[in-house]
Structure formats: C-alpha cells, structure tokens
Design a protein. Structure first.
Ligand SMILES: Cc1cc2nc3c(=O)[nH]c(=O)nc-3n(C[C@H](O)[C@H](O)[C@H](O)COP(=O)(O)OP(=O)(O)OC[C@H]3O[C@@H](n4cnc5c(N)ncnc54)[C@H](O)[C@@H]3O)c2cc1C
Length: 274
C-alpha cells in the first residue's frame, strides 16, 4: 500500500473503499491476503492518526452508503481508536510508566541477540520475519497481523512488550500512542487483566489464506502479569494566568480548517511542549 500524504488522497481512498469494498468488510476484514491485496480493509489509519480526516467524516461517509446495521462492524472498529485515546487520556500514568520502563529495558536488551534477531527479521519463524520486512518497507501491517506479531514477540520470542511497541512506533505511519501501547498491553494480557491474545498456527494459516505453513509457536503461554492498576486522573487544563479562551493544537490534528474552531479569534501563541 502506498500512502500519499494529502487530504485529496485520503478522501479518494475513503470514497473508493466505501463504494467498492465496505459491503464485504465484516466478512473479509480479518484476512491478511498480503501487502499487494489490501482492498478488504480501508487503509485509512495513517490519515486518521494524523488528523487529515477524522472519525466523524469516515462514519458519515459510510452511513451515506449503507444503513447503520450494515455498517455496524466498520463503525465499531473506527471507534476503537477513539475509545483507546479517551482511555489513555484519562490515565496518563500508563504512558509515563511505559516510557520509564522502556528506558530501563532498552538498556538491558541493547546487546540481546534474541532481540536483535527479532528486529532484523532473522528468527526461525518465517511469517514473523516476513512481517518485519513488510513493516519496515511498507510502514503498515494488517490488524490481525499486528495481533499475531505482538503475540509471537511476547509469548514465543519471550521479549518485553515495551520493546515491541517501540519497534512498531518507529515504523508505522499510523503510529499512535494510545492504539499502539494499549494494543500491545491487550495482547500481553495486562490491559484486560488475565486475558491475553495467543496466536496459533491454524489461525495464521487460515487468515493469511495459507500463505504460511509449519509455524511453531508457544500456544499455551500464560498471560503476563502486572501489579499496577490505574485509576482515572481528572485533568485540569485551565490556566489562571490567561483570561482568554485557549486552544491546544497537537501535531496529530492536521485538519484545523474542518473543525468548529476556525471562526474563533484566538491570540497567536505558539508553545512547543516537550
Ligand atoms: C499491537 C497493535 C498495535 C496497533 N497499533 C496501532 C497504531 O499505532 N495506530 C493505529 O491507528 N492503530 C493501531 N492498531 C489498530 C489497528 O491494527 C489499525 O488501526 C488498523 O490495522 C489500521 O488499518 P485500516 O485503516 O485498514 O483499518 P480498518 O480495518 O479499515 O479500520 C478502519 C479504522 O478503524 C480504526 N481501527 C480499526 N481497528 C482498530 C483497533 N483494533 N484499534 C484501534 N483502532 C482501530 C483505525 O483508525 C482504522 O483506520 C494496533 C493494533 C494492535 C493489535
């Protein structure tokens, strides 16, 4: 899949998908037919992640073609992203803890051969090596493949999920702190505590349309355990030193012209938060 960086390309992809492929989405979405055959899914995530188009536009477009009941699965998937974002926003310590842990683990694993083989695509698992190359070359992986990849990384290669999440963020065009971190936590079994995702040979064979065979995985690993629990933190964005209305714009909101804010008169004031 090629991702041209423009709003026109995003709208074109959305229109094309809705017209030609949305009707089969719920039936075919779990299949990874290979990098050259991606018409069963929308491929919109890099555009949505960077705010080039937003969830509301995507859902409205789908509802202009089909009824809610015909679209339900697609809408649910689009809203997973919104849900993960809200979940992490309410628990910012999940993100800061992840960064602290990552720093420590990175140091521990910098000379680890098992880790180096994984990120170089030199393991003894053919499908995994293929996906490493695909991720580096195409900057995209199918959703089901992300689940298999993360599961193999954690439970068969026995590597820390934090390093896998970092590897994804380095290469994915749609890299998103919430969907990615929480996706990895979910596969490991610490997002929904005790419920992990175990990749299996039959499932990979079936949903890659028999592109891979003879896949030796640890299909019985227990979920990872984390003692940490996170309660909701109420954020206070008010700034008593400034009387005017304030607007935060983030680098992943690239469609300011389509928001409701465009007619407000905000004072220009650029902060670069690091
Ligand atoms: C370990 C792991 C890491 C992931 N990392 C990211 C990430 O960094 N950025 C990201 O955008 N998505 C991530 N996802 C979710 C999902 O894999 C991608 O959003 C999806 O593959 C994008 O392809 P698409 O646009 O063709 O999806 P479609 O199937 O066409 O879905 C339409 C849209 O719905 C949203 N969506 C679909 N499935 C999910 C999901 N499971 N979670 C959240 N949103 C979803 C996306 O915005 C997507 O563009 C991750 C999933 C896993 C299991």
């Amino acid at each position: 899949m090629k991702f041209e960086a423009s709003k026109a390309a995003a709208l074109n992809r959305l229109n094309n998908f809705v017209e030609k492929n949305l009707s089969e989405y719920s039936k075919l979405r779990n299949f990874d037919f290979g990098p050259e055959k991606r018409s069963n899914i929308s491929g919109l995530s890099p555009y949505i992640t960077h705010g080039i188009i937003n969830e509301k536009e995507v859902i409205e477009k789908s509802l202009s073609k089909f009824s809610f009941s015909k679209n339900e699965k697609f809408i649910q998937e689009v809203l997973w992203r919104t849900y993960w974002k809200g979940w992490l926003e309410l628990r910012p310590n999940v993100w800061t803890d992840y960064l602290v842990e990552l720093n420590k683990i990175r140091e521990e694993y910098k000379d680890n051969q098992n880790y180096k083989n994984a990120i170089d695509g030199k393991t003894n698992i053919e499908c995994f090596n293929f996906w490493v190359t695909e991720l580096k070359e195409n900057n995209y992986l199918h959703n089901h493949t992300r689940m298999w990849f993360a599961s193999i990384w954690i439970f068969t290669l026995e590597l820390p999920w934090q390093l896998g999440a970092e590897f994804f963020m380095q290469h994915l065009y749609d890299g998103d702190s919430a969907s990615n971190t929480l996706g990895w936590r979910w596969v490991a079994g610490i997002q929904t505590q005790g419920k992990h995702y175990l990749a299996s040979e039959w499932n990979i064979k079936k949903f890659t349309n028999n592109r891979f065979n003879n896949i030796k995985l640890n299909e019985n690993a227990p979920p990872k355990v984390s003692e940490k629990t996170y309660s909701i933190v109420k954020q206070d964005f008010s700034n008593k030193n400034i009387d005017d209305e304030n607007l935060f714009i983030f680098e992943n909101s690239l469609s300011f012209e389509t928001t409701d804010f465009q007619n407000h008169k905000f004072k220009k004031n650029l902060h670069n938060f690091k």
